[in-house]
Design a protein around this ligand. Structure first.
Ligand code: BES
Ligand code: ZN
Length: 954
């Protein structure tokens, strides 16, 4: 897409043909990377051709900065019967340098008319001058050619009339439908713009840097309501019995945050401490599920306003549950939109993990009202400044507002999840180049969100919470209503230290000799920016290798690579030029103290007291690095866990389990060592630690089961059920206990039933029968609901009944559980039926298709089916989902990344290659291929070890 203008290779004929039209333009193109006279005459072919055959005067994907928007007056009239909209806008622009054209984004809009007025025209009420509109769809741009050149430093008003159909997908201004209790299907119209889809709804300067104010008017029927970023100021009646809502003018903001909705939803409202009115909207029959979201959003808004010491700047905040939604939620300023499962809590069917998710999503989107909306990244390459911060703030805010959710103990998993991807060579740096809409969409991935959050958490741990907080507040205040880049953040974090106390401990500027961005840390100078760029501009994760030699510890850092072994020829080259500045922490047997060391060279040495019997690095797993203990290090830690595991903190025990199994994948630790390390788990009282150990055993079970390695699968099943029997037998079928008690119950019972553990199957069957007998009225404990449904789905009658209930249920939380249960059937024709329903998009909505395919692919009976379906229906899928979208990436990785044989790898490779030939390049392809190779490698290396370990363990 980027180079399409080059590919066009305009013939000389077009060059000549166009020159007469282009010539008047040429003379004015002087500065700001506008095309110059030289460029046009020497190389007319380098300019793209507009749809009408004329040369389009702009060839870059990014807009010129000579004309900038100040204010948009936007009028929209959607028709929810004919499913289209007519609209008009007036954009007030400032011309920074003389020009004869204005380049704007516009995608799929029919432009009926465009005129221009100067300030003078406006003053004397002169009519607008008609503009010629050229369109270059490849770049989603239009050019407005002005009859007389626009003069520098003057303001102009551009008026455009346009129309379009409401979009079919999930982007731009699109339609969404829902079923009422009475079975009626109703339509609403809603926007979703991030990152580059505002241009589908109105012509605009659709880049985050072009912040402007927006005044929006929406025409609607009286049976509907309209919502937008700002509160409604007034409603006027217009011809034909229609109503027109006028909304207040927004603060300065980027186009991707503009939003409006026309619907017939109901709401609940409350007022935050600062007086901001918060409302939660849902379709009328789901209104009763909105209360938890209101409570949570009020609490979280109060929290953020205090924490950031910056008021939420709008008078209201609406949270709306949208029936068809591409992602989990979107942070539009003042009008946050959510998938129903991310906002609606139904006490009868929403589990503890559903509640945690809703709280997390609300916390995330509210954090964006500051990180993202108030201060926005300059360009999408730094989307982590939005998403990494919002993800990090989830941790801070949910811990503070809902300590009972014990979210803190779950944060490590956020880091562990991204480590899986970041330890592949196909990973990318947090700040990564992205130009085309597809590349920009691909930036919304685990690296931006999760690694971003994890390195912020590491930095907070390094600087101390107070210093970090001061720094980010400094950043938010300094860049309010503006844009920022990485360096701005690092400077703010460094300077915040300057402004606060100089004297408190070893973390702040020690004396005037240090440069302004340098902290003194344990006698060493630490440049925050220099340190942090090793985490943001370099991909991957470091491995810290520790070896105890007498009274000292030898330290070495490497790049950690999953699936590439040290003996492989590629290992060496893949290590070259990687170096991180790592804030190490460690605990030893000698004291309770947490020691710190800043490692910024390849190797280093630490002195230890002679009496030290063990050392554990990365205290509480706050650092983004993996640790390997050479020599007797691991043995000492295994002994320690077996003798008295409570000498290590729970998060350290979890970290050890995680790192040990990662090191197995990297060929650095034998599998039996890692498995031996988990033997202490029988005495483990920390549920997250227990779950971490179980997770790996379960993973191995699924891997061998998929490959039909039946002896190991059977033995693993036997081992898990025997080893965890006491704790499985302890579980009640209820919703009692703390969040972690409840999570443990869900995980254990799900696994026990999956492994056909008789008492589990019996209980679930009994509950399912009772539920069917009660015609779906019986309340089953929410944490075991999914398990009961899954067991019930194994008979044809049960499966059919569940499908029927799926169509009737008004709880998105319940529907998700039913859909999962349906996807666990062993009957391929049933699985195929689900896929067909998902493709049809009526009973099973298109928004749920990706998760459905993913779930089916995880079912050993469905893995081939799902993958074949994707291959054979690729073009159909592409019609439903954008390249680079969450959904498409999830479909690709969900249906392939569990493969673990050479044949499968070959097959996937061939398919991806055929797509590449069609011009489809996606980062996810490389990630998947590398993941499959890693799986193959793992099995080759570890299968016999696993087999033998099980033989001696059961
Ligand atoms: N800004 C994103 C929504 C988004 C995602 C826009 C992808 C464009 C592309 C929003 O803040 C977000 O991150 N949503 C998450 C939920 C969150 C709790 C992780 C999502 O949609 O999954
Ligand atoms: Zn986000």
């Amino acid at each position: 897409m980027v180079n399409s203008c080059r590919k066009l290779n305009c013939s000389i004929y077009i060059g000549f043909y166009c020159s007469a039209i282009i010539l008047p333009l040429i003379c004015i193109c002087s500065q700001f990377s506008q095309p110059t006279i030289d460029q046009f005459t020497k190389d007319p072919g380098a300019f793209p051709v507009a749809t009408n055959g004329e040369l389009f005067p702009w060839r870059e994907l990014r807009l010129p900065t000579v004309v900038i928007p100040l204010h948009y007056d936007l009028f929209i009239h959607p028709n929810l019967t004919s499913l289209d909209f007519v609209a008009s806008e007036k954009i007030e622009v400032l011309v920074r340098d003389a020009t004869q054209f204005i380049i704007l984004h516009s995608n799929g809009l029919e432009i009926m008319n465009a005129t221009l007025q100067s300030e003078e025209d406006l003053r004397y009420r002169k009519p607008g001058k008609k503009l010629t509109v050229l369109s270059y769809p490849t770049h989603q741009q239009i050019a407005l050619l002005v009859p007389e050149k626009l003069r520098a430093d003057l303001r102009y008003s551009v008026a455009i009339d346009f129309q379009a159909k409401l979009a079919d997908g999930f982007e731009g201004f699109y339609k969404s439908t829902y079923r009422t209790l009475g079975g009626e299907t109703r339509t609403i119209a809603v926007t979703d713009f991030e990152p580059t889809e505002a241009r589908m709804a109105f012509p605009c300067f659709d880049e985050p840097l072009f912040k402007a104010n927006f005044s929006i008017k929406i025409r609607r029927e009286s049976r509907h309501i309209a919502l937008s970023n700002m509160p409604k100021i007034k409603t006027v009646e217009v011809d034909g019995g229609l109503l027109e809502d006028h909304f207040g003018t927004t603060v300065k903001m980027s186009t991707y945050l503009v939003a409006y909705i026309v619907c017939d939803f109901n709401s609940v409202s409350g007022t935050a401490s600062s007086g901001v009115k918060v409302s939660v909207y849902a379709s009328p029959d789901k209104w009763s599920q909105t209360h938890y979201a209101l409570e949570a959003s009020l609490k979280l808004l109060d929290f953020y306003e205090k924490y950031f010491d910056i008021q939420y700047p709008l008078p209201k905040l609406d949270l709306v549950a949208i029936p068809d939604f591409a992602s989990g939620a979107m942070e539009n300023w003042g009008l946050i939109t959510y998938r129903e499962t991310s906002l609606l809590f139904d006490p009868k069917t929403s589990s503890t993990s559903d509640k945690l998710w809703i709280t997390e999503v609300i916390a995330h989107e509210l954090a964006h009202q500051w990180f993202g909306n108030l201060v926005t990244m300059e360009w999408w390459n730094d989307i982590w400044l939005n998403e990494g911060f919002a993800t990090y703030m989830e941790l801070i805010s949910v811990n503070a507002t809902y300590p009972e959710l014990q979210f803190d103990d779950d944060f490590m998993n956020t880091c562990f999840e991204v480590i899986k991807k970041d330890s592949l060579n196909s990973s990318h740096p947090i700040s990564n180049q992205a130009e085309t809409p597809t590349q920009i969409q691909e930036m919304f991935d685990a690296v931006s969100y999760k690694k971003g959050a994890c390195i912020l958490n590491m930095l907070k741990d390094f600087l101390s919470e107070g210093k970090f907080k001061t720094g980010i507040i400094h950043y938010l205040k300094k860049f309010s209503y503006r844009n920022a880049k990485n360096d701005d953040l690092w400077n703010s974090l460094s300077n915040s230290c300057l402004e606060s106390d100089f004297t408190s401990g070893g973390f702040c500027y020690s004396d005037s000799k240090t440069t302004s961005n340098t902290l003194s840390f344990l006698g060493e100078n630490v440049e925050i920016k220099e340190m942090m760029t090793t985490w943001t501009l370099q991909k991957g994760i470091p491995l810290v290798v520790v070896k105890q030699e007498g009274g000292s510890l030898r330290l070495r850092q490497e790049r950690f690579l999953n699936g590439v072994f040290r003996e492989d020829p590629e290992w060496g080259p893949l290590q070259e030029r990687y170096l991180w500045h790592i804030p190490l922490t460690y605990a030893t047997s000698s004291s309770n103290e947490i020691h710190k060391h800043f490692l910024k060279s390849k190797t280093d040495t630490l002195d230890l007291p002679e009496t030290t019997s063990w050392v554990k690095f990365n205290v509480d797993s706050n650092g983004y690095y993996i640790v390997h203990y050479e020599g007797h290090g691991w043995d000492q830690l295994i002994t320690l866990l077996n003798q008295n595991h409570t000498l290590l903190r729970p998060k350290d025990r979890i970290g050890l389990i995680h790192d040990a199994f990662q090191l197995v994948s990297a060929g650095r630790l034998t599998l039996d060592k890692a498995l031996d390390l988990t033997r202490y788990l029988q005495r483990e009282t920390s549920i997250p630690a227990l779950l971490k150990g179980l997770e790996y055993l379960e993973l191995f079970y699924h891997t061998t089961d998929r490959r039909n390695i039946s002896d190991i699968t059977e033995n693993l099943k036997h081992y898990i059920l025997q080893y965890f029997k006491p704790v499985i037998d302890m579980q009640s079928w209820s919703d009692e206990g703390s969040v972690w008690d409840r999570t443990l119950r869900s995980v254990l019972l799900k696994l026990a039933c999956y492994l056909n553990h008789t008492p589990c199957i019996q209980k679930a069957t009994e509950l399912f029968s009772q539920w069917v007998e009660s015609s779906g009225k019986l309340n089953i404990p929410t944490d075991v609901l999914k398990i009961v449904y899954s067991v019930g789905a194994q008979t044809t009658a049960g499966w059919n009944y569940l499908l029927e209930q799926y169509g009737l249920s008004l709880s998105a939380a319940e529907k998700n559980k039913i859909l999962y249960a349906l996807s666990t059937s062993k009957h391929q024709e049933k699985l195929m039926k689900l896929i067909e329903l998902g493709m049809e998009g009526k009973v099973i909505k298109t928004q749920d298709l990706a998760a459905l395919l993913h779930a089916i692919a995880r079912n050993p009976k469905g893995q081939q089916l799902a993958w074949n379906f994707v291959k054979e229906n690729w073009t159909h899928l592409l019609k439903k989902f954008d390249l680079g979208s969450f959904a498409l990436r999830m479909i690709i990785s969900g249906t392939t990344s569990h493969f673990s044989s050479k044949d499968e790898l070959q097959e996937v490779k061939l398919f991806f290659e055929s797509l590449k030939d069609q011009g489809v390049h996606l980062e996810i392809f490389q990630i998947v291929l590398e993941t499959i190779s890693k799986n193959i490698r793992w099995l080759e290396k570890n299968l016999s070890t696993l087999r033998n370990w099980l033989l001696i363990s059961i």
